[in-house]
Structure formats: structure tokens, C-alpha cells
Design a protein around this ligand. Sequence first.
Ligand code: 1CP
Length: 330
Amino acid sequence: MNRRPLVEALQRRPVSRPPLWIMRQAGRYLPEYRQLRERHSFQEAVSTPKLAAEITLQPIRRFGMDGAVIFADIMTPIEAMGVDITFDPGPRLRPHTLKDVIALGELDSDQVGFVAETIHLVRDAIPEETAVIGFAGAPITVLAYLVEGGGTKDFLAFRSAVRMDPSAAAEALEILARATNRYLAMQIAAGADIVQLFDTWMGLLDRSTVERLAIPAARKSLAGLRVPRIYFAPGASHTLDLQPKIGADGYGVDWRIPIDEAWDRLGDVAVQGNLDPAVLLTDPDTIRREVEHLLARTAGRSGHVVNLGHGIDRNTPPEHLTALVEAVRS
Ligand code: 1CP
């Protein structure tokens, strides 16, 4: 018996209204987050369960979303595997060869025990009907950061490394997929009701590489996990027909193509997202109009989760998110 609307929607069961959460809902657009970050570094906040839980709860208190996404980063398990990482504001690390990545070995779940502890604290503090959302980075996206040593414009070093030695890339992805699967299983054991795999940079790749490398790695990351699983790759409309091979329950879509068209390409699955984050930089009237358009395009389909087509922009006025939540619920 699970009465959490977000879980029900991802299982494509009837819900009275589409559930809603927002990618990056815990973070820099909230004054209470910025205030806490004046006293604590990003990594201190992530690795201290009381602080991470407090940040996770901030948007829930203000807006009452249907899901609370645990405050951590896609590179958190990689740090736990012994890689030195700093954040400025994105991850910065020594550039790794594919061989270096293969040598990382296994993730020891005890090294990310603070994430489990954060999940316990969040579960105890949120309403019964609110879902706890666990997450991880997809192997190809995490590999992109490892090879580049941080975020770059086009990830050319990563793309050329994959072109040069696809079999070493496959081996590195195998290592990362195993760690990701173990990390997500640990979050589910701690109480995560759903999990999302973020594949932010998959869309940089050609279809053939996606099919041969990115999709099998994402599939292995989600295999055997017994809660609803969402896969999200922005900028990847050219791969929507391939993505169902990952075997997720729901798929996030960005704002570049209409949600009903994306849904038709994905097939018989739940679908999340599609609102342009730029909409939240406009005004309440525009936000209401865009929400009406979105809901009109998904009317009659089961398994719709309202969300943005990528993370919320840090310059978003919090009142605009209130307008979005009210528009969805009215
Ligand atoms: O205070 C700060 O300056 C830290 C900024 C920040 C935050 C709030 C970073 C560094 N990570 C996070 C938290 C985070 N990251 C969450 C949990 C909070 C929530 O969603 O509410 C999640 C799910 C992520 C996931 C993440 N990290 C992704 C995938 C999602 C996406 O936006 O595409 C990616 C690509 C990252 C890498 C990363 N970490 C941080 C930044 C600023 C970035 C991206 C920029 C870069 O590539 O340099």
C-alpha cells in the first residue's frame, strides 16, 4: 500500500492531479540555502547528515512538493571511491585516463553512509505522502567529469577518449555502473521511494555510441532496483526512441520538443519534465499559461510527473515557484 502520488504516477496508476517536484529544488535560488552555505562548504553540507537533511527540507517547507530530493552531488560516490574533488561551484578533479577509471574498483557503501543517514532524517521529517527521491549520476556523465577533470563546454577530451578506445571506455563504464547500482541500492535500503539517474552529458554523443556504451551502462545502473526509477538526459531528443532500452519506469524530457511528441517516441512509460526553466524567470501570468499548455498536452495520459526540462536556474525568484505549484494544483 503506497499512497505517495509521485510513486503512484511513476507506476502509471491513477492520481487526482499530476505530482510535482523540481530538479535542483534544494539549492542556490533559495535565500535560506545561501545563508546556510555562508557558514558551511558544499562538501561539508553534503557529508553532514543534519545539514544535508535541512537543505533537502527547505523547499518542502516552502512549496510542499510531492518529492524531496536528497542533497548530494553526482560526484559524491566517486569521492567515496578515493578521488579528490573540490567544488567551484561545479566539481574539479585531476583528469583521469580510462585506465585510471578502471583502477577505481568497487564502492564501499560504508563510505557513503552519511547519505543513508540523511535519508533517514528526511523520511522522519516529511509528510507521509511525500516521496524521498534518491539519485546518482549515470556512468557516461560521471565518466565525462572524470576524464575532463570538471565541467567543460563541449567535453571534447572525453569524447575523443571514447572514440579512441571504445573497449576501454566500456570497461570503465562497467566499473562506474557497478558502483552506481550499489550506491542506489544503498539509498533504497535507507528509505528512498524512487531514484533518478541524471545523464546530463549523454546528449553530446552520437546515436551509435549512445546505443553501444551509454545505454547499457545506464541499464546496469538501474538493474534489479525495486522502486520506480527515472532516467533523465537533457539535450538528447535524438535518442528518445533508444532510451526505453534502459528499462526505467519514467523518463525525464527537456523543453526542446513538445511533451506529447517526446512521449510518443518513448512509448509506454511515465514521463517527467518539459517546462523550460526560463519560464520561471518570467512572471506569474506566463507561468500559469505555460502550465496550462503543458497539462493540455498530457491530458488523458497516465504517468505524468510535472517538473522542469532541466535544473531550476539560480536566479529564479522563489515566488515564481510558488506560482508554478499553485498553477499545477488549482
Ligand atoms: O552551493 C553551491 O555552489 C553548490 C552548487 C551545487 C548544488 C546545489 C552543486 C555543485 N551540486 C549541487 C547539488 C545537486 N547536484 C543535487 C541535489 C540538489 C537538488 O537537486 O535539489 C543534484 C541532484 C545534483 C546533480 C548534478 N550535479 C548534476 C545533474 C543535474 C544537472 O543539473 O544536469 C550535475 C551535472 C552535477 C555537477 C555539478 N555539481 C555542482 C554543479 C554546479 C554542477 C554542474 C556544473 C558543472 O558541470 O560544472
